[in-house]
Each structure stands twice: as C-alpha cells, then as structure tokens.
Design a protein around this ligand. Structure first.
Ligand SMILES: [Zn+2]
Length: 221
C-alpha cells in the first residue's frame, strides 16, 4: 500500500495550484488517486479545491461506495472510476475547467492543431469527447472509447481531464494542455499557423514513445 498521507498531501497541493492558476472556479474541478487495487482517494463535491483539508478527502471502493470520509464524493466519480478500470497504468486523474482548454471544448474548432512540438510529445492527440451533462453516466460512457489511447481529454461544453502515473504528472498534463490551448488560441489570432508536417509529427510521436512509459502511443491523426 502506498503512503496514504503522502497521496493526500499531493491532492491538497494540486487542488491549491488548480485554484491559484484559475483552472477551477468556486467548487468545481475534482482530483483522485488510486490507493491500491481496491480503493481510490477522491476530492469531495461542494468544497473549493484551493482550501481542502486532509479530512475532506474520501476513500471509496472501485464501485464508488464510500469507505471513509463524511462529505459526498465528487459528482464526477463515475468518470474517474471508469478510467481506473480501463487503464492499469493510470494512478491519478485531474479534472478542471481551465479557460483556454475549455474555450476549445466550447468551440467548433478542434484543439488538435499540430503546431507545438513539446505538446505532441507530452500529450499526443487530445481526445474530444461528445457532450453529456456533468456527473452523468452518459458522460463517462462517452469517454470510454477514448480512455485506452489518450492521456488528455476535452469534454465538450464543459472542461478538461488529464491522467497520469502520479497526481503531479496528471496535474502537469493539465498545465501543458492549458498552455498549449492558450498558444493555439494566440496562433489562430495571428493567422498563418506553421503546422508541423507528417514526418515531423511522426518524429515527435517516436520521441513520445521513447519517453512515455504509460503506454499511451496514440497516433496524431
Ligand atoms: Zn467539471
């Protein structure tokens, strides 16, 4: 079993960063970590993620039944559980509503424009998940076809999800996603984007394969 206190501290720290960086407003966003094969640690609903205490966090089983904690688990728990069931390598999930990534999630324009080399190495192709109401089983179901091949997801008209081998790596992917979305937006304003060609993209994906041990080797197109 992992050190539970250490994981709790990581979730609290990442919640603080999400709030400080305006990636979440009021009580939205949610975070979770796999504790072991049977249990996950998840943030509560109705609590600002910038000001969480260790006692606010909940431990649930793989079906979402609360084993420890007094608050209600995040309303997006179905989505978190589905990711853990389908990705043994994923140990942590981060969900936020950061402005630029969410702007793309609300736009007809796809975020997947191959312009930024580091982003292709870190995230590969970003999944664009069909709309369903927040917290619904339908939203989790819509995510299912994308889970195995992606580490970053845009939820249409809603927000973003990233996964990682640790809470910190899932958070860094959220930072990378938001940073990329912002640059992408700026490039669209400037016009005449210099897009990477197929050979350059293949080269970056080969680097991704070399660096990334999580098994996400999705193709960009
Ligand atoms: Zn949300």
């Amino acid at each position: 079993m992992k050190n539970l206190d250490k994981i709790k501290n990581q979730i609290i720290e990442v919640g603080r960063r999400l709030y400080q960086k305006n990636y979440v407003a009021a009580n939205n966003g949610n975070l979770s970590c796999r504790i072991d094969k049977k249990r996950i640690l998840i943030t509560p609903s109705g609590v600002n993620k910038g000001f969480m205490q260790a006692d606010d966090l909940l431990i649930t089983d793989r079906e979402g039944r609360v084993l420890q904690g007094t608050l209600q688990p995040s309303s997006e728990i179905k989505l978190h559980l589905l990711i853990y069931k389908n990705r043994e390598d994923v140990q942590s999930v981060c969900h936020a509503h950061s402005a630029y990534a969410t702007a793309f999630a609300c736009s007809q324009k796809s975020i997947n424009c191959p312009i930024l080399s580091d982003e292709i190495i870190s995230l590969g192709k970003i999944a664009e998940v069909e709309y369903a109401p927040p917290g619904s089983q339908q939203l989790a179901d819509n995510l299912l076809p994308w889970i195995k091949e992606h580490d970053a997801f845009l939820l249409e008209n809603h927000g973003a999800v990233t996964t990682g081998e640790t809470m910190t790596s899932a958070y860094y992917k959220m930072e990378t996603l938001e940073h990329f979305a912002r640059i992408n937006y700026l490039v669209q304003q400037l016009g005449s984007a210099k897009t990477l060609n197929k050979e350059q993209i293949s080269e970056l994906l080969a680097l991704r394969q070399q660096f990334n041990v999580s098994g996400n080797l999705n193709k960009f197109e």
